[in-house]
Design a binder for this molecule. Sequence first.
Ligand SMILES: Nc1ncnc2c1ncn2[C@@H]1O[C@H](COP(=O)(O)OP(=O)(O)OP(=O)(O)O)[C@@H](O)[C@H]1O
Length: 489
Amino acid sequence: MRILISWQAYNHDYSDSSRESMTRYPNKSGPSYSIHQFFWEDSSYEKHILLNSSDKENDIKNFKNFLSTLKEDFPNRKIEGRKIPIEDVISVSEIISKLNPLLAEFAQDELECYISPGTPAMQTAWYLLGTTYKRNLKLFQTRPKKFTEDGKPERIYINLDSDLFPANITAAEKVIDSPNIKSGNGIKITKSLKPIYLKAEKIAQTDQVGVLILGENGTGKENLAKYIHDNSNRKHKPFLAVNCAAYSDELLRSELFGYEKGAFTGANEKKKGIIEAAQGGTVFLDEIGDISSKMQVSLLRVLQERKIQPVGSTKEVEINVRFITATNRNLEELCEAEKFRWDLFFRLAVTTLQLPALRDRGGDEIEEMIHHFNEQMVDKFPKKEKLKISSEVIKKLRLYAFKGNIRELQNLFIQFYTFCENEVKASDLPNRIIENKGDPRSLMEVEKNQILKIYREGRRSLVEMAGILGCTRDTLRKKLKEYGVYGGD
Ligand SMILES: Nc1ncnc2c1ncn2[C@@H]1O[C@H](COP(=O)(O)OP(=O)(O)OP(=O)(O)O)[C@@H](O)[C@H]1O
């Protein structure tokens, strides 16, 4: 299907300029109306998705009126209004993260985005998405009629291949049908992980879309990266992971890019770097927030030019790998503090996936993971029978605030299978868990759990969520920011 997508223009689509007016009148010379008047017929569009970025009651009411006018004046056209609330209309990363699911939804269709309406950040987001979804997305803008000779606005398509745009992120070679998300290969996909793995599958199908995975240590970031690789066209090629924080700057450079014989003391042999070794596959860069500013510049160059230069070499090597990155730090804050480059951030975080901490997934999911690891360890310790886990142990683990997340729980099971015979009793638990008297969670943690639960159910605006939680939208926004999830999903 050929689909036109655009944001509504809050100023120019109405004839009055005040957004505070209770009733605003559609401007029939405005951009959204003009597109129907002048370009629809020639373009054989089958549908127009008009996006509304506000969740204010008055804006929504006026948006609905605007849609009714369009539908009345152009009765045979399919015009769909979509609410995509943007909290911060100058945050490119938020806009990209909200538009991505929409574009993924229409990955099989031919899309044209009219980028003139909206804030500069919205236009930047379209550009970046345009380079990503090149396969099925075209962008155009219009020159207003006062600047044209024939008194009609002029449509100008944007050449995404021009030198103005970094050439690295081209779109998928092939879209694979989405299978059902199922646990397997040692990964247990519980209810709270399902939407994240579903999104990951869509990302997997759009080759080379930058994806940044966020989450505390041990929440399963590498597992998720591997899942993306395994569901992509690169699955038969290598998946190589590097923990960037584990190396000094120079070592990381030679690990990633390789080196020539004699490049430095001890370089007795030429060595391929991880990126070259992963040709055709995926490189997972963990702890990306910890790389030096010099390394950030090098990585940005690699992403833009798709070439690497081994240490001590004058030749460049062309590369074809997908990069997936992860961090447990707040990269946007690092950018604001000028410790991380915004341009690199935007390349890496075209899409983001946030993994929840195990303690925020609730007792039921902790229990599911307990049973999962109990099953898993029987295979790993073949001489053992499956251990019986006493109800006291389950109760203690359900209430424990696993700072090391899934890894901590998994390690516990390795201990159980190493030391316990037949049954795990409360006395087999480490002191830190035994001493966790009663419910260790403070009121603040209970509040956090509840807020995150509602937030992760998804598809609700801030206003709706605030209504359910009985707080104001501003309080909710503040809390979500505090928890580091605001705008990242
Ligand atoms: N959904 C899951 N089901 C089963 N096991 C899991 C799941 N997610 C993670 N694990 C296991 O938990 C451990 C930690 O996962 P992983 O290494 O992916 O976390 P991480 O977030 O990348 O950690 P770090 O930030 O410390 O590098 C691994 O052994 C992994 O196999």
